[in-house]
Design a protein around this ligand. Structure first.
Ligand SMILES: Cc1cc2nc3c(=O)[nH]c(=O)nc-3n(C[C@H](O)[C@H](O)[C@H](O)COP(=O)(O)OP(=O)(O)OC[C@H]3O[C@@H](n4cnc5c(N)ncnc54)[C@H](O)[C@@H]3O)c2cc1C
Length: 308
C-alpha cells in the first residue's frame, strides 16, 4: 500500500463520538476512514441502562444502543478498519497515521479514542492475587455465582454493580463519606438485595489464600463494617474478584511528541479535533460525545468545501 494516497479524514475510535463524526462526514459527501481497535460502540457497550439519551423513553441498554449506532454506520457504507492506531504524527500539513497494516496520510484527524481506566489506588496486591484483580469490566462480564468487590463510588462503579449483580453478589467499597454517583443509581443499588455498599471503606492489602481473595479493610476507617453474608467477617473481606472503578484518563498514548507539542495549534487551526470523552473527562456522556463528533464533522466539511 502506498503511504502517499492521503485520506480526506481519519477518525480514531468508533465509540459514539467517532461514529457520529463519521456519519455526518459521509452525509456531507466525505469518505472518512475510521480506525477501531476493539469493538464498534466503545465504552457504551458496557453501560447498563442509558436513560438520558433522547429518543428512548423507556431507556435503552448500552449494548443495544451501540448496535443501533453500528447499524447506522454500516448503512452509510462507512469504512471501518479494525486496527489499532499505534502512532499519529504530523509534518508539512499532513498527519501520518500508523497501524498494523501500514501508514496513511490525512489532512484532518478526529480523535475519538475515549478513555482508559485508572489503575489501583495504593492497594498492595500480592503476586498470586493479581489474576483476580480487574480494571476492565469486560474481563468479568460473563461470570456468574461469584462474589465481586468493586472499589469506587462514582457512576461507573454503581452502574457496573447493577449489571454484575444480575448473576453475582456485589460489594461496593467507597472511600468517601457519601457516594459520588447520581441519585437514581444510588437508589437502584440500595434497593438491590444482591448489592451492598460500604462507605468510608478502604482496602490496605490484598492476598490470595485457599482459592479466594482476602482483602484487608484498613483499620480506623470502617472497623464496624457490616459485611454481607459470604464476604467474610469484620476486617477481612473474602471475595472471588476485585474490580477497580476509580476513574478514567484520556487515551492519547499513540500521539507522537510532535503532535502533543503542537496540539493547541492544530486544534486552533481546525485540523485536529478531540471529541467525546477523550477531550472531556468531566462530562462523559453519550449525547455530549455524539454532539461533539457531529460538530467536528460539520467544521471539517465546511473547511473542505471552502478549499474547493
Ligand atoms: C458503566 C458506564 C455507564 C455509563 N452510563 C452512561 C449513561 O447512562 N448515559 C450516558 O450518556 N453515558 C454513560 N456512560 C458514558 C458513555 O459510555 C461514554 O460517554 C461514551 O461511550 C463516550 O464515547 P466516546 O466515543 O467518546 O468514547 P468511547 O466510547 O470510549 O469510544 C472510544 C473508542 O475508541 C477506540 N480506540 C481507542 N484508542 C484507539 C486507537 N489507538 N486505535 C483505534 N481505536 C481506538 C476504543 O476501542 C473505543 O471503541 C457510561 C459509561 C460507563 C463506563
Amino acid at each position: 500500500m502506498s503511504p502517499l494516497t492521503p485520506e480526506e479524514v481519519v477518525v480514531v475510535g468508533a465509540g459514539p463520538a467517532g461514529i457520529a463524526a463519521a456519519i455526518q462526514l459521509r452525509r456531507c459527501g466525505i469518505d472518512p476512514l475510521v480506525f477501531e481497535k476493539e469493538r464498534v460502540g466503545g465504552l457504551l457497550r458496557s453501560a447498563n441502562l442509558i436513560e438520558n439519551y433522547p429518543g428512548f423513553p423507556e431507556g435503552i441498554k448500552g449494548s443495544r444502543l451501540a448496535e443501533h449506532f453500528e447499524n447506522q454506520l454500516k448503512r452509510h457504507g462507512i469504512r471501518v478498519l479494525e486496527e489499532e492506531v499505534m502512532i499519529a504524527d504530523y509534518s508539512s500539513g499532513l498527519f501520518c497515521v500508523g497501524s498494523h497494516s501500514g501508514k496513511r496520510e490525512t489532512k484532518y484527524m478526529v480523535l475519538a479514542s475515549g478513555t482508559i481506566p485508572r489503575e489501583n489506588c495504593g492497594v498492595v496486591i500480592s503476586k498470586e492475587a493479581e489474576k483476580r484483580i480487574h480494571y476492565c469490566v469486560e474481563d468479568i462480564m460473563g461470570i456468574s455465582g461469584k462474589r465481586i468487590v468493586i472499589i469506587g463510588a462514582g457512576d461507573a462503579a454503581f452502574d457496573y454493580a447493577v449489571t454484575l449483580s444480575a448473576e453475582n453478589d456485589v460489594l461496593i467499597l467507597g472511600r468517601s463519606e457519601a457516594p459520588r454517583c447520581i441519585k437514581v443509581l444510588y437508589e437502584r443499588v440500595l434497593n438491590n438485595r444482591k448489592i451492598t455498599y460500604l462507605r468510608k471503606a478502604e482496602i490496605g492489602k490484598t492476598n490470595f489464600k485457599n482459592g479466594e481473595l482476602v482483602l484487608e479493610l484498613m483499620k480506623n476507617k470502617n472497623t464496624n463494617a457490616d459485611l454481607p453474608e459470604g464476604f467474610g467477617l469484620q476486617n477481612d473481606i473474602v471475595a472471588d474478584h476485585l474490580f477497580f472503578a476509580i476513574g478514567r484518563r484520556a487515551r492519547l498514548g499513540f500521539l507522537s511528541e510532535r503532535v502533543e507539542k503542537k496540539m493547541g495549534l492544530l486544534k486552533s487551526e481546525e485540523r485536529l479535533f478531540l471529541v467525546g470523552d477523550v477531550g472531556n473527562l468531566r462530562y462523559r456522556q453519550v449525547a455530549i460525545s455524539v454532539g461533539e463528533g457531529l460538530k467536528a464533522a460539520m467544521k471539517i466539511a465546511g473547511r473542505i468545501d471552502s478549499e474547493g
